[in-house]
Design a protein around this ligand. Structure first.
Ligand SMILES: CC(C)(COP(=O)(O)OP(=O)(O)OC[C@H]1O[C@@H](n2cnc3c(N)ncnc32)[C@H](O)[C@@H]1OP(=O)(O)O)[C@@H](O)C(=O)NCCC(=O)NCCS
Length: 177
């Protein structure tokens, strides 16, 4: 596929309906197999609902970024400024709780562009690093983060009831100064 040319922009309240179906679809496409417990999976998917995005977007320390192709959202990133990483607890952090693309647009640099937008915006808040956690077995995501300049800080565990052998996570951070 040719390199895609998405439009990147900050999400507004007008985007939550679309995010409320792109989010669960992108999550389930990648990680539904982590779950034996479908009730728990459904509850987790609800954390990507339009209501959840509405509540998130209202928080002053939060920004949500979307990638659009043909005026249709194909991926998004959420950032919380003022969140310290859970391994070293350093000040000056911004957390990236979620970065998800639909399957057909992965590997075209869109994730990195979303990250660049979020970081450029957060620099006015004097953040010194961004951090995120990732499922340890998510090879493609982990290697993208390393290519983007993140380093691994240490292990953690996913708090929800995924298959026990898949619950390991890694915390990574990218220094900005
Ligand atoms: C993980 C995910 C967000 C990464 O986004 P992506 O757009 O697919 O990844 P990118 O294409 O931006 O980055 C990876 C590649 O882009 C390259 N890249 C693009 N621009 C770059 C830049 N300016 N600097 C460094 N690397 C860059 C990397 O080198 C890498 O290329 P390679 O692996 O072919 O050598 C995305 O694949 C995804 O949503 N996956 C499914 C859901 C998921 O796992 N989310 C993460 C949950 S923690």
């Amino acid at each position: 596929m040719d390199r895609l040319e998405p439009r990147l922009r900050r999400a507004t309240a007008a985007d939550v309906e679309e995010l409320g179906y792109v989010g669960p679809a992108a999550y389930a496409a990648e990680y539904a197999y982590f779950w034996d417990d479908s009730v728990a999976l459904a509850r987790h998917l609800a954390t990507f609902s339009s209501d959840a995005f509405s509540r998130l977007i209202e928080r002053p320390q939060v920004s949500v970024w979307v990638a659009e192709i043909d005026e249709t959202i194909v991926g998004f990133l959420t950032m919380i400024v003022g969140s310290a990483d859970p391994i070293q607890s350093r000040a000056g952090g911004a957390e990236i709780p979620r970065i998800y693309l639909l399957p057909g647009v992965k590997g075209h640099g869109i994730g990195y562009k979303l990250l660049e937008c979020a970081i450029a915006h957060a620099r006015k808040d004097d953040i010194r690093y961004v951090w995120l956690d990732v499922m340890a077995s998510a090879r493609q995501a982990r290697s993208a983060y390393i290519r983007w300049g993140f380093v691994e800080l240490g292990p953690t565990r996913f708090s929800k009831p995924v298959k026990a052998e898949l619950a390991d996570m890694i915390v990574l951070a990218k220094q900005l100064d």
